[in-house]
Design a protein around this ligand. Structure first.
Ligand code: 7RM
Length: 649
């Protein structure tokens, strides 16, 4: 696969927001001088900088060597031993944190639970002992297929305690997807629930487990949490209820140190081929990166209530619901269900009731809230919030500004965090007390991270020009391999730009060195020799006051090579607009070169379950073809069907 490195970028966004003096004063990194000092230190000796971060953790045995880098394979903190669960739990039991809330949880039906650090520690120890009794040992893989309930975090931490790598499979995935992931990882135990609550209904999980495990002969035991209470069938000798498994299990489970390079988890991402790609993360480096970024990017303080809305089935849930915040002794808020159930103000109601101070969500969610209108957040007192974050996609400036005003009351900094499943933790982001932000930019790489916009030879492209987003040095949270397929690891990430990790994303830097992510390079369109970023055109469309969301793709055009098709959804209750008006909006914001040839109005856009627009499918539709390829990660089949039907009319 080769990508022309040059991407024409046209969109200009000039607004700058500085952190308030009050925010800066109280922040971990407050103001320019502190930020510069940190950056200088990291640039001077990055490996030493990361060693200092690693020393903030609890080690059972110190490392011999900080980094062993045999391109493209890295080992961090070689020879060191630590226990991730002890870092997230035991470490906080000596002082006043012991009785502080670690998890504050709300189920979709409205049930609530709070677990202090002491209580969470106890539950993890008991469950780890239960897993031991079921035969789980260090190195054994365990699949987790659970709704967003406290036991999901307990299961992950119990696996970490034993040194048994977990593979969390998002509970919205089908039996087939679960089967493929269990098989690929060679999991011998599956932890699941009878079901979970979503949009007022029970999502059955046990039935999917039965269907999947029937084709997984390596699975010895299945542990089932009773969450919803609906009838399920239990297979004798294989299946055991969670509450039975923990009967009589001791609360004493010593946290032995595991090798720094022991696998901590495998997390599957959809690759371009049908075969799931198991991204492998290990112990010491991953936790160092997750803990450091959680602390500095979210400015975590003893008094914070941190809510990251991601499901634990995604990397964001691993790093910023579980490992990063708990390693910092923070209070995590966790919610089981859908954002609009029972009413469109569910999120804002929970922020008010639980006093959430730091809120981290995805642009796709923000755009959905924009569409519903500002009256829902306006009904609630959101004054507990002090910091907002986004992740998952480029956020268009209009949605950024709405988030800033309607949710943040104009007073909360926004951290736009760029990172990937593969990077383990945040890579490019503002530090909220120091970095001036520009709506739509993730700003600059964090201290210790050497990201750059380069051409195919790995040379930096000039400021203002678009290119490929690469990372030029190893970092502790980086993936170590693709599970069972080191060759795929090498070819996927390290063969396209000499000496660099290639992210798959396009980006440009502006005159201040700020990074603007242009989306996946596969999504770039080529109009009459100009490579245009779909994201910039989408951003211009969403700048129109009546547009909620836009997805732009190329379609074949005899004259120009590719033409531009824009799919748009309208804000709730908005007056209709004409295609001509929207085309003119793009011409005005970017220029005639980016003017869409076709505008198609639709009720919704096809998205992955983590909210990313599936442009691949829209490309097929725009080209007048039947959508092909893998659709197992699609959130809403109906959206795709409606678009296809419209095409056939
Ligand atoms: C954390 C996560 C990774 C891809 C990545 C980008 C896109 C993520 C941002 C973003 C622009 C951001 N992991 N992406 N964050 N694009 N600005 N702040 O999302 O593996 O599921 O996806 O998501 O394309 O390569 S992921």
């Amino acid at each position: 696969m080769s990508h022309p490195a040059h991407i024409t970028t046209l969109l200009k966004e000039g607004r700058v927001f500085k952190p308030s003096a009050a925010f800066a004063k109280a922040a971990h990194v407050g103001g320019r001088a502190a930020w510069d000092a940190l950056r200088r230190k990291a640039a001077k000796d990055p490996v030493r900088f990361w060693e200092e971060r690693a020393r903030e953790l609890l080690w059972a045995k110190p490392w011999r060597k900080a980094l062993d880098w045999k391109f493209p394979f890295a080992k961090w903190f070689v020879g060191g031993r630590l226990n991730v669960s002890a870092n997230c739990l035991d470490r906080h039991l000596d002082g006043p944190r012991a009785n502080k809330a670690a998890l504050v949880w709300e189920g979709e039906p409205g049930d609530q639970r709070t677990l202090t650090y002491r209580q969470l520690h106890r539950e993890v120890c008991v469950f780890a002992n239960a897993l031991k009794r079921l035969g789980v040992k260090a190195g054994d893989r365990v699949a987790i297929y659970m709704p967003m309930v406290p036991e999901a975090a307990v299961a992950m931490l119990a696996c970490a305690r034993l040194g048994a790598p977990h593979s969390v499979v998002f509970a919205g995935f089908s039996a087939e997807a679960l089967r493929d992931r269990i098989q690929d990882a060679g999991a011998k135990v599956v932890i699941a629930a009878d079901g979970g609550w979503r949009k007022g209904a029970v999502v059955p999980l046990k039935a999917a487990v039965d269907e999947a495990v029937a084709q997984c002969p390596a699975v010895e035991k299945v542990v089932i949490l009773r969450r919803t209470g609906q009838g399920v069938s239990m297979k004798d000798g294989r299946d055991v209820w969670w509450h039975d498994a923990v009967q009589g299990a001791s609360a004493d489970c010593p946290a032995v140190g595991h090798d720094s390079e022991n696998p901590l988890f495998i997390l599957y991402t959809s690759g371009s081929t049908g075969k799931p790609k198991g991204v492998l993360h290990t112990t010491g480096g991953y936790l160092t990166h997750a803990a450091y970024t959680a602390r500095l990017v979210f400015d975590l303080k003893e008094t914070d209530v941190f809510w990251c809305t991601a499901d634990i089935g995604w990397v964001t849930g691993h790093s910023y619901v579980v490992y990063g915040p708990l390693a910092n002794g923070a209070t995590v808020f966790m919610y089981e269900g859908a954002p609009m159930t029972p009413a469109p103000d569910r999120f804002w109601d929970m922020i008010e009731r639980h006093g959430v101070t730091v809120f981290y969500t995805a642009p796709t969610a923000i755009r959905a809230f924009v569409r519903l209108g500002g009256e829902h957040p306006a009904k609630h007192d959101l004054s507990s919030l002090r910091l907002l974050g986004t992740v998952g996609e480029p956020i268009n400036p209009e949605a950024w500004l709405w988030y800033h005003e309607a949710i943040g009351g104009g007073r909360c900094p926004i951290v736009d965090t760029w990172w990937q499943t593969e990077t383990g933790g945040i890579m490019i982001s503002p530090l909220p007390g120091a970095t001036p932000t520009k709506p739509g930019s993730a700003t600059v790489p964090l201290p210790g991270i050497e990201a750059a916009v380069v051409d195919r030879e790995g040379n930096p492209v000039p400021k203002g020009a678009g290119g490929l987003l690469a990372v030029r040095r190893p970092w502790p949270g980086m993936l170590r391999s693709v599970w069972g397929d080191p060759e795929r690891y090498r070819s996927q990430y390290f063969s396209q730009i000499p000496g660099c990790y290639f992210t798959g994303d396009g980006a440009r830097t502006d005159k201040d060195g700020y990074f603007w992510i242009l989306g996946r390079v596969d999504d770039v369109i080529n109009v009459a020799g100009h490579r245009l970023s779909t994201m910039e055109i989408e951003s211009a469309l969403v700048g129109h006051p009546r547009v909620a969301e836009a997805a732009v793709v190329g379609h074949p055009d005899e004259l120009k090579g590719q033409g531009i098709t824009a799919f748009v959804t309208m804000r709730g209750g908005a007056e209709p607009v004409t295609s001509e008006e929207l085309k003119a909006t793009v011409t005005k914001a970017i220029g005639a070169i980016a003017r869409p040839d076709v505008v198609r109005f639709t009720e919704s856009l096809p998205k992955t379950r983590s909210g990313k627009i599936m442009r691949r499918l829209l490309r097929d539709i725009a080209s007048g073809e039947k959508p092909t390829g893998d659709t197992t990660t699609l959130e809403d089949f109906a959206a795709l069907a409606r678009l296809q039907a419209a095409q056939e009319e």
